[in-house]
Ligand binder design. Structure first.
Ligand code: FAD
Length: 359
């Protein structure tokens, strides 16, 4: 391939749902673009999530632009259905994806960007969309004693299924959907306590027969910023609340300390534990943007509605709450990518400097 082949209007980093939705919009505009993804196979990070994962939104609310999610609209698709859907999506729209290509650096040029890959290839683009996912750098809270624990510690990102934990005493840390789903699943084979800093905020998965997401749409709440300020609710059809009430698994306020053999609860009681499973979320993973003014001092991405605040021509799709509550979900990435298109087209039409006010 010669250098000319490597010049694009837009390079998209990541070909999970956020990258594919961006690709769909770019294709509608007839732009010359390329998606680069480090995974060898399509599907973004979905293959790496736990086996029993079932979407919290039904098929009707889990589609990317231009292609409905297959199956009955009311069913809650499995992880593997999502992988298949994403594979088919890329095929159907003939999106130009290069799998197995890891971007190591994005550098601002006078007229755009240079994108370098792990194998030393260079691409040039007038604009870059970062769609590299928000759930790949596990976050583990700094709890006193964590380094001394002799049992197993793992993050929910490394959890696949309950079998390895049979007959163990497990503490799951976290109060969001993954924590509660994993605690419930593990309780079938292990003795489980859920340790939470905040109260779990349950929301009914269905209200008067309609899915939670239908209500968000009907009420218009999903388009407002109001939900951005709320913690993510744990969607529950009654199973989890009932399980907690019946003691199927327990819930306790967060422990204060980890010892070599277990945890010390807030009331001072020590409990022996085999495994600590942290469902404590993720942090942005954007090492390839180092050198560009993209993060603030707290490590937060400086962006507005997906446009980098200080780098013209640099965009994001798939960051949590980048525009609204749905931004990092299957149904949210399409509208968010679409929202960027007019800005991106304006950017492509004018000569520009990269480090300038946003397009
Ligand atoms: P990813 O799926 O992470 O895809 C990003 C791609 O970019 C990956 O293929 C990655 O390899 C690639 N990449 C990263 N860095 C580079 C690089 N330097 N160079 C090249 N490629 C790179 N959402 C829902 O809508 N419904 C749900 O029920 C739901 N459940 C979830 C459950 C769990 C456990 C988690 C973690 C998330 C869940 N989400 C759910 C949120 C979200 O939809 C998924 O995380 C989804 O995978 C995000 O898609 P994405 O395209 O933004 O990122």
């Amino acid at each position: 391939m010669n250098l000319m082949d490597q010049q694009f209007d837009v390079v998209v980093i990541g070909a999970g749902q956020a990258g594919l939705a961006s690709g769909w919009h770019l294709k509608q505009q007839g732009l010359n673009f390329m998606l680069l993804d480090e995974q060898r196979r399509p599907g973004g990070n979905w293959r790496n999530y736990y086996d029993s994962l079932e979407l919290f939104s039904p098929a009707a609310y889990s589609a990317l632009p231009g292609m409905p999610f297959p199956g009955t609209p009311g069913h809650y698709p499995s992880r593997d259905e999502v992988v298949r859907y994403l594979e088919q999506y890329a095929d159907r729209f003939q999106l130009p994806v290069r799998q197995g290509v890891r971007v190591t650096r994005v550098m601002g040029l006078e007229q755009g960007f240079q994108i370098t890959t792990a194998s030393g290839e260079c691409y040039q683009a007038r604009a870059v969309i970062v769609a590299s996912g928000a759930f790949s750098r596990p976050y583990l809270p700094d709890i006193p004693g964590r380094d001394n624990f002799n049992g197993t510690q793992l993050h929910s990102a490394d959890y696949r299924h309950g079998a390895p934990f049979r007959d163990q005493r497990v503490v799951v840390i976290g109060a969001a959907n993954s924590a509660v789903q994993i605690a419930h699943e593990l309780a079938a084979v292990a003795e489980v306590t859920l340790a939470t800093r905040d109260a779990i905020r349950f929301a009914p998965q269905r209200i008067l027969g309609a899915d939670f997401h239908t209500w968000l749409k009907w009420t218009g709440l999903e388009k407002t910023g109001w939900l951005n300020d709320q913690s993510t609710p744990v969607l529950d059809n009654g199973t989890y609340r009932k399980a907690l009430k019946n003691g199927y698994f327990k819930q306790r306020p967060m422990f204060t300390k980890i010892t070599s053999t277990g945890v010390v609860w807030a009331d001072g009681q020590h409990e022996a534990v085999d495994t600590l499973l942290f469902a404590t979320g993720f942090r942005p993973n954007l090492p390839f943007l180092e050198g560009l003014p993209v993060m603030d001092e707290t490590g937060k991405v400086m962006q507005r509605d997906g446009r980098a605040s200080q780098v013209s021509g640099l965009y994001f799709v798939g960051l949590p709450k980048q525009r609204n509550f749905a931004s990092a979900t299957l149904r949210g990435v399409g509208p968010d990518a679409g929202h960027l298109i007019p800005h991106l087209l304006r950017h492509l039409q004018r000569p520009h400097r990269v480090l300038a006010s946003p397009a």
